[in-house]
Design a protein. Structure first.
Length: 157
């Protein structure tokens, strides 16, 4: 069986970081994901609002580096959850359980309010580690990142 999903969109609000009774970090947030096609009658793109849940180091990474309006790429799996509302009605919710979360815009775009001149996807190169570890934007020290001082314009391959 295969349950894999990759979505890219902007955070609708700041991530909410909580902890379980055992102290495990869990972050929840919602992505606004534009559809790839326009409505025939209005010419507008529809937006899907997708709930995302991240656990452990990925949750801490998201809550530390992402804010409302920031572009994010989420890789994970789709999960359906059954629950009962306050009126006793049975409900079902769909959410993405994030394995990895990546920046979908540059740090400069984020500093300018998260909207980078209409470029869809920007490409930043910063991400959480594949095992759900931390990524660090430029300007912050982290052993996995190094400054490149001497760039002569030639490709190394």
């Amino acid at each position: 069986m295969l349950n894999r999903i990759i979505i890219m969109g902007r955070l609708a609000r700041d991530p909410e970081l909580r902890r379980t009774q055992n102290g495990t970090p869990v972050a929840s947030f919602r992505l606004a994901v534009d559809r790839d096609f326009k409505d025939k009658t209005t010419g507008e793109r529809s937006t899907d609002w997708i709930d995302v849940v991240a656990w452990r180091q990925t949750a801490e990474f998201v809550s530390r580096f992402f804010t409302k309006g920031r572009m994010a790429v989420v890789e994970g799996r789709l999960q359906m959850r059954d629950w009962t509302d306050k009126d006793g009605n049975k409900r079902t919710s769909a959410e993405v359980v994030a394995d990895n979360v990546y920046f979908g815009d540059s740090k400069r775009d984020a500093e300018n309010g998260g909207y980078g001149g209409g470029s869809y996807g920007g490409g930043s190169g910063y991400s959480s580690a594949p095992a759900g570890g931390y990524g660090a934007p430029s300007g912050e020290s982290h052993s996995e990142f190094a400054e490149i001082d001497d760039v002569d314009g030639e490709l190394p391959f």
